[in-house]
Design a protein around this ligand. Structure first.
Ligand code: NAD
Ligand code: UDP
Length: 314
């Protein structure tokens, strides 16, 4: 039985990861400060004697003995990471230093949940791992993008300098149950708006693209990456390479919910990437991984989740 630390374990992806790791027979410590995560995402795991909650902020040092660390702590939605940008960059940078310190001391393997945002508003399409990106260092998204880039730098410096057993994945837009209804990300926003019969808010003209991965696929890839031998560091892109415009997403959500919602157009936030699609050749070759759940199927599951959640919250 491995002892595994999941930082950000009460968040959207972290909660699915904790559940999957427990199912595999591991002992899981979920560390979270509940900034964007919620106990309701993990309440069903509390009866499991191999699951432990640790309310802690990753920017503060801590001591813990574990075999593996998945470092997910960081708000991921633009409205949340822009709410306190200094805290966001501290979370990525100090969080990485603190968790890498634990890995260095204990010899634990450590995986960083990095992001497609390291490519910024990409000039190369689709994006392979070799692309260094096009990131504005002083814009409103920089606290997140540059924080995540700096965390990657720290991971590779701890690897070169201290032989820490690192793994870096770059996650492309992932969605599914346990996203916060007011999270502000596009999939949760559109579904909640549709289910409430409200207007669907497209920022810009809706021609910008994203490639959406369902959470179960992503978690499988994350665990496969952690299982690779030492020396396989990544970075490896994880995401679904099927690309959609935001307008297509809005139309699909309207169709699948049967909503009467109108589409309305609002200003595009600055530095909003125009296109995003992962090259996943490395994930296919090294992890034997590729997504199996396509957008329509994943949206149906996610709509079902939000439908129940909104009914319960009434
Ligand atoms: P989320 O906001 O649901 O989860 C983040 C979790 O981290 C929350 O539980 C939050 O409370 C916790 N957290 C934030 N700051 C913390 C701190 N200082 N100390 C301790 N805990 C803290 O987001 P998510 O979508 O589950 O994302 C998880 C990770 O994956 C993030 O690091 C994010 O950058 C990365 N990622 C996600 C996506 C995606 O599309 N979902 C894409 C790229 C990267
Ligand atoms: N978006 C939108 N309406 C919304 C929320 C987001 O049109 O209600 C757009 C947003 O401007 C971006 C895309 O959808 O172009 C994806 O946004 P999200 O915040 O989910 O992720 P990110 O921009 O970080 O990829």
């Amino acid at each position: 039985m491995k002892k595994i630390l999941v930082t950000g374990g009460a968040g959207f992806l972290g909660s699915h990861l904790c559940e999957a790791l427990l199912k595999q027979g591991n002992e899981v410590i979920c560390m979270d400060n509940y900034f964007t995560g919620s106990k309701s995402n993990i309440v069903h795991l509390l009866d499991n004697p191999y699951f432990e909650l640790y309310r802690h902020d990753v920017t503060m040092p801590t001591h813990i003995e574990v075999d593996e660390i998945y470092n997910l702590a960081c708000p991921a939605s633009p409205i949340h990471y822009q709410y306190d940008p200094i805290k966001t960059i501290q979370t990525s940078v100090m969080g990485a230093i603190n968790m890498l310190g634990i890995a260095k001391r204990t010899g634990a393997k450590i995986l960083q949940a990095s992001t497609s945002e390291v490519y910024g508003d990409p000039h190369i399409h689709p994006q392979p791992e070799e692309y260094w990106g096009n990131v504005n260092p002083i814009g409103i998204r920089s606290c997140y993008d540059e924080g995540k880039r700096c965390a990657e730098t720290l991971f590779f410096d701890y690897y070169r300098q201290n032989k820490v057993r690192i793994k870096v994945i770059r996650i492309f837009n992932t969605y599914g149950p346990n996203m916060h209804p007011n999270d502000g990300r596009v999939v949760s926003n559109f579904i909640v708006q549709a289910l409430k019969g409200k207007d669907i808010t497209i920022y810009g003209d809706g021609s910008q693209t994203r490639s959406f991965c369902y959470c179960d696929d992503l978690i499988r890839g994350m665990i496969a990456m952690m299982a690779t031998p030492d020396g396989i560091t990544g970075p490896i892109n994880l995401g679904n390479p099927h690309e959609f415009t935001i307008k297509q997403l809005a139309e699909l959500v309207i169709e699948l919910t049967g909503a009467k919602s109108k589409i309305i157009y609002e200003p595009l936030p600055s530095d909003d990437p125009t296109q995003r699609q992962p090259v996943i050749d490395k994930a296919k070759e090294i992890l034997h991984w590729e997504p199996t759940i396509q957008l329509r199927e994943g949206l149906v599951k996610t709509i079902e989740y939000f439908d129940k959640k909104l009914a319960n919250d009434k």
